[in-house]
Design a protein around this ligand. Structure first.
Ligand SMILES: O=C(O)C1=C[C@@H](OP(=O)(O)O)[C@@H](O)[C@H](O)C1
Ligand SMILES: C=C(OP(=O)(O)O)C(=O)O
Length: 423
């Protein structure tokens, strides 16, 4: 059910706020998978609680894994994975790509489906790869959701070649379950470049932290069969979800600090330090966290965002308010995200009077005077975040279905209001 629209608040003064952020979606959903496959119990500390992560927890429970809430943290207890089960992936890329390889390890049938748009997101390569690794999947010949995994309780594994140019998650999903495959896995990518390198590094690091043996070469990942360790898995704040808050400092000429910014991280959001600096922000870090200061004037951005595609919606909104043109490239794969993000950003920003043009692999954004109007969000959390950034400087931005932000940041409008009016 769509939520009532939200009038994005205008910033009448420079922001000056500390914004603590919930945990990383990407780390939380990897931690849940690794905990479900571990030999001993796990404690997931400060996980993100949102639609995407609750769906992952529910999917694992449906397979028999014990996932229990403890004051917002999760305790995970392994059990034999078994169907029959039905799994709802919602619109979560991490659930639709990370869960089927786990379902392949279950005995019994696991039916997997999601939101209407989930049926359009790239899945074919992972279905084909799982079949090549010894799993039976009935997808009615669609190469997409919905499908049924017919597990036997074991996956032979071994070498497989995949075109992961549509999504890095196609590789991550295979790697995360691979320690439990009889022969492990050797995934070779063939095709145009795989996006989102930091997310692949996150997969490798979290696997190694859980005791797996992983070797990598360019476009090749090898995971040895072996046990996974339980224990504590501490989740970092979601740095990608800091983009709109740090961006607010740039737009209003103010200052925003995000506490707990990790000094060594695989999260793609860490690239915001350089990207916002390139737009004119002063970026500093210290014991209080990462601080971004704006001067009121800021410039456009020319950047290849292939590795950090999920930052695009908010960076595009910032670019639409910047003093000079921007060119964001390397992001053709965003057409397969929650919505076709390139088309959605062009339509909605131009609908407010903006000047955004779609490129074969990105967006070109020129300065233009924006006006208020309805901003449609296409079930895409990051479209809500982008609209909020525009609304800081443009009166009358009415955001349709803001509740869709619950995919990764349920309290977004509350955090936004606190940022604009801190106690
Ligand atoms: O592995 C992950 O956690 C993610 C990988 C990326 O997917 P793509 O490689 O499909 O862009 C990213 O955009 C998504 O938000 C999260
Ligand atoms: C692309 C995104 O999500 P997903 O994990 O559903 O791919 C995103 O969060 O920007």
């Amino acid at each position: 059910m769509p939520s009532p629209s939200w009038s994005a608040p205008v910033a009448h003064a420079p922001v000056d706020a500390v914004v603590p952020l919930p945990g990383s979606k990407s780390m939380t959903n990897r931690a849940l998978i690794l905990a479900a496959l571990a030999g001993g119990p796990s404690h997931i500390v400060r996980p993100l609680r949102s639609r995407d992560t609750d769906l992952m927890a529910a999917a694992l429970r449906a397979l028999g894994v014990g996932v229990t809430d403890e004051g917002g943290d999760w305790r995970v207890r392994r059990s034999d994975l078994a169907g029959p089960a039905q799994v709802d992936v919602g619109l979560a890329g991490t659930v639709m790509r990370f869960l089927p390889p786990v379902a392949a390890l279950a005995s019994g049938e696991v039916a997997v489906d999601g939101d209407p748009r989930a049926r359009e997101r790239p899945m074919g390569p992972i279905i084909t790869a799982l079949r090549a690794l010894g799993t039976t999947i009935d997808d009615g010949g669609r190469g997409a959701l919905p499908f049924t995994v017919h597990g036997t309780g074991a996956v032979p594994g071994g070498p497989v070649t995949i075109d992961a140019s549509g999504s890095s998650q196609l590789v991550s999903g295979l790697l995360l379950a691979a320690p439990r495959f009889e022969k492990g896995v050797e995934v070779r990518h063939e095709g145009p470049p795989v996006p989102s390198a930091p997310h692949l590094a996150m997969t490798v690091r979290m696997l190694r932290d859980a005791g797996a043996t992983v070797e990598t070469e360019p476009d090749l990942w090898r995971v040895a069969p072996g046990p996974l360790l339980g224990g504590d898995k501490v989740i970092e704040p979601d740095l990608s979800n800091s983009a709109q808050f740090l961006g607010a400092a740039l737009v209003t000429g103010g200052r925003v600090t995000v506490p707990g910014w990790p000094s060594d991280t695989t999260q793609p959001g860490d690239a915001l330090r350089g990207l916002l600096a390139a737009m004119g922000a002063e970026v500093s870090s210290g014991p209080d966290g990462l601080t971004v200061r704006g001067t009121g004037e800021f410039r456009g951005l020319s950047a290849d965002l292939h590795e950090v595609g999920e930052l695009t919606p908010v960076l595009t909104a910032l670019a639409a308010l910047a003093g000079s043109p921007s060119r964001l490239t390397g992001i053709a794969h965003l057409r397969g995200h929650e919505t076709d993000r390139l088309a959605a950003l062009v339509t909605e920003i131009n609908g407010l009077g903006g000047d955004v043009r779609e490129l074969p692999d990105g967006l070109e954004i020129r300065p233009a005077k924006l006006r208020g109007g309805v901003f449609h969000t296409y079930d895409d959390h990051r479209m809500v975040m982008a609209a909020a950034v525009l609304g800081l400087a443009v009166p009358g931005v009415e955001v349709e279905n803001p509740g869709t932000v619950g995919k990764t940041l349920p309290d977004f409008t509350g955090l936004w209001a606190s940022m604009l009016a801190p106690d």
